[in-house]
Design a protein. Sequence first.
Length: 723
Amino acid sequence: MYLQSRRTFLKGAAFTVAGAAIAKGVFTADALAESVKESKFTDTPDSLSFYPPMEEWADFKELDGDDWKRGGIERKGVRSEENPDGIEVNDYMIVPTACSNCEAACGLTAWIDKKTFTVKKYMGSPLHPASRGRNCAKGYATQSQMYDPDRIAFPLKRAAGSARGEGKWVRTTWDEAMTTIGTKMGDTLRKGDDLSKKSVMFHVGRPNENGFTGKVWHTLGSDCFNSHTNICSSGGRTPTIQWANDDRSSPDWANAKLIFLNSSHAADAGHYFQQSASFIADARAKGAKLVVMDPRMSNSAGMADLWIAAWPGTEPLIYLYLTQRILNEGKVNREFVKKWMNWEVFLDNKAYLEYMVQKGYISKVPTKNDFDAFLDTIQELYSPYTLAHVAKETHVPAYKLEELYDMFIWAGTSISTYFWRATAAGNRGGWMSGRTGFLAIGLRGAIGPEGGTFFHHWHVISVGGKGGSATVGQGKRGSDIPKIDTWNELSWPPEWPLSTYEMSYLLPHLLADDAWQKKWIDKGLNVPQKLSVWIPRMYNPVWINPDGFRWIETIKDESKMELTFNLSPVWSETNWYVDYILPVGLAGERHDQHSEATMPARWTSFRQPVMRVALEKAGWKPKNPARATLEAHIKAGLGEVWEENEFWFDMCVNYIDPKGDIFLDAAKTKTIKSMWESKRLLVLQLLLLSGMMQHLVTTYQILKLQLLQMQDIKILNTQYMSI
Ligand code: SF4
């Protein structure tokens, strides 16, 4: 049966709307062409989210959009040997995977032309519970990335005798690169002393998976994980940690009455925007109000019911204005606050209350220890945040602040929000936005109910983050990887003992700062003065960080970074200065377990290499199963493009610790090799899992076994699951 895709439908619809329906057979609801009836082409689909049924994914035939416009097969018939001028009918195998062009992990389907074994297009995946078959332009662009003529097609190595950044590259092999890098890492880690455990550093930009790579570093016994967070989202995360020991919020946009965007984030930028935007559209169709607080006139602000352009950095005052009125007007959700806020702790801390009296924040220490005494005290505490004061400080007109308050009260507990970017990231003390914002929505009881704001870890599924025995180790519960017993001052400088994330942007400065190193070495710390190996991962500080030139200086300095390599699907400014560029896959070319908190339910996606799937379904078999994805990509004509999971498995067992003599524990029972080798069974299971997904067999028991008995898992379908 021929069906039309969403894209071809759109093309056809646009053509019809333009009034240019010149050919019989253009699909319109009231004038079905004979060819449509006869060949069972599906005419106008029921909805824009139309996809072929999954039973047809292994063998699905479709006309191109252009052919539809020109009359479809009625014009010249179906192309065949006898009819070479006929219309080509695409014969597709549709393979599900997940997008990797941002952190949202939307579903993708690769439409693989069975004649040429190339991906002709990427579409969404109707099976993904949060993206629901919809993608942003970056998702669809995966196909053009895949066949970009300038893509890195084989491992590259800086030419002998050239300096970093000279741009002289030679082709090398995975084996050569892994031997050089693995030997260097192994020689460093084999020393086993405190300093060596800080001398290999992995520096991640976009992880796009849930914990696997972090576990690699854990099994090296090193404090070598570094992130980009302190130049990105720490101002959004820190208040969430302070309020609920969680990382970020997880709003129930679709059921909210008030969508309160603390920047254009969520609706047209930042995390999960494609999924969030469609949930927000659903909510607005049901009557939800949209408030955008952002100094910029973003797309979201342009369509908001209320746009609040506070002077940058004053936003917390607006949340405190809401707080003041909620308290003064008796609008506190007493039941929620009494149950979930630690008000007793607040009242018990007499020393702190006395301190607040001394500072003039409150007039007296409450004598009673009951809930009303708590409310009375904070009512006085927040009383200075009056309409006049806040309007003056924020430069937001008073009528807008009052309108906001009215919306806030009208929405009850259905307030969905996300404290991120803009105010949170753009100002000193930006973390106070989330700190004050959670107070206002918490007082209204909008944390946790339908349409409200949830927390990230209530919804995200992190298989790799479940602990050593869940991913590597002895393969049994209780046999976890030994704890890391070292502290890397390059990531966690002693000057900032309360930093919540790695002070990663300081790395080049600290490596170059001899006086800083000497200061702490004289005090007895083993501060690294150089890195043996530096490994950026989807991280481009030369371009992204404001002090990119300092990064160039440090990366070029071989006395500070002895060996550098990047596992990277694409060129980047940082790549230009490293020693090796090892090409790994884009979305649809790698295995990842990737879950995000994009809706008030738990889902995870399995990213899988689609060409490998297609080849295996067609009977192809890898020579070396441990390098199956690499072999499949060579076979599919993509070049020597690999993926990280198989790479690190191979590296740990065969290149970093080939003899199994790098011990991780004092008792000398666990080595890097044994941590990974002991999972031979798991590798086998993962291969089975991959095969299982490829052949679309739903097997609850096998998945439960393979996903390490960590928790009960219900399979919604073969690609996504919810708990
Ligand atoms: S929003 Fe979805 S489709 Fe767009 S880049 Fe991110 S994961 Fe891909």
